[in-house]
Write a protein of this length. Structure first.
Length: 326
């Protein structure tokens, strides 16, 4: 049964990054690991029912505009000492590293529709080893647009040492979809390519293709991409693939694909993005999209060898002719 990883709240840096795994469990990634450990507070938060943790990895709901549902999360202090945690809800996003994240500050979208009960001014005091089930209410406005509105519930602990406050957070992802017309769509902005020749003469170089995928629909999807390129007349083709990534509605992601190719002074090809389903999603996928690219692909090391060889041949020929003339 999946478990939310424990978090060691150690003063490791002056900031904190909240990352959400693809399986929808929120974990903390410290910004630095340079500082030595101090006595730790460990805690976790998972989906729950009235009796406690129920084995889910996320809160997943489809709600009609103007309707509301109730759910719950369980927060556990796994430490041998009491602690006071801050519990908040926020809007979801995918960071530049491809990991799911939750915005700090006041939520403006799905996170604003989530209310967590059982708190004292947003704080939760837990004794050592205590688990508390917190009721969660998600109330969708009547004018909410159909589609995905990603969010998350995070539990944080702040520590002050030598005048620096460090906050670590863990949490649960909220897959929130407003019922209505689902309109999946994606766009690829013009792909660009550049070629880096090998310093080994006549060896293949590296073609780097950069492209941006934008989710222009109202539901999330995964994007799997592959690129193909070849020299003039389709000679010496090469192929490469990129890592699959999650793209939220209205979001975009830039990726690179590197593929080996034999330089024939010019290379052209196409990058194609194929949408894929993520996790337990059961929604229609958008049509695949593609974009063409081209770039000079000059084999400089090979040219240098050829020029050097030609120069040696010419030099030898001149020497021979001069000897014969004498």
């Amino acid at each position: 049964m999946p478990r939310i990883p424990l978090v060691r709240a150690v003063l490791l840096a002056t900031g904190v990054l909240v990352a959400l795994t693809a399986s929808a469990s929120l974990t903390v990634v410290p910004a630095s690991a340079a500082a030595p450990e101090s006595p730790a507070i460990e805690w976790g938060v998972v989906p729950a029912d009235a009796a406690g943790p129920d084995g889910r990895v996320s809160l997943r709901h489809t709600i009609a505009p103007g309707a509301a549902i109730t759910d719950a999360v369980a927060v556990t202090n796994h430490s041998a000492e009491p602690a006071v945690f801050a519990v908040t809800a926020g809007d979801g996003l995918v960071g530049t590293d491809g990991a799911y994240d939750v915005r700090t500050g006041e939520p403006e979208a799905g996170g604003a529709w989530i209310d967590v009960g059982g708190l004292d001014g947003g704080s939760l005091a837990l004794a050592a080893g205590e688990t508390r089930v917190l009721p969660v209410t998600i109330a969708v406005p009547a004018d909410a647009t159909p589609g995905d509105h990603p969010a998350g519930i995070v539990v944080g602990l702040s520590t002050d040492e030598t005048g620096v406050t460090v906050t670590h957070r863990v949490g649960v992802r909220v897959h929130l979809q407003v019922a209505g017309e689902i309109a999946p769509a994606l766009r690829i902005d013009a792909a660009t390519a550049s070629f880096t020749p090998s310093w080994i003469p006549f060896a293949p170089g590296t073609l780097t293709v950069e492209y941006q995928v934008t989710n222009t629909g109202n539901v999330r999807f995964g994007a799997s991409a592959a690129a193909e390129a070849a020299g003039p007349l389709g000679l010496m083709p090469g192929r490469g693939a990129g890592e699959a990534l999650e793209v939220l509605p209205g979001g975009s992601a830039t990726q690179r694909i590197e593929l080996p190719i034999t330089p024939l002074f010019f290379a052209a090809g196409e990058v194609a993005v194929t949408p894929i389903s993520l996790g337990d999603d059961r929604v229609p996928l958008p049509e695949a999209a593609s974009s063409g690219f081209s770039t000079p692909a000059v084999p400089w090391s090979s040219i240098a060898v050829v020029v050097l060889g030609a120069g040696i041949i010419v030099l030898v020929a001149v020497i021979v002719l001069r000897r014969r003339a004498r």
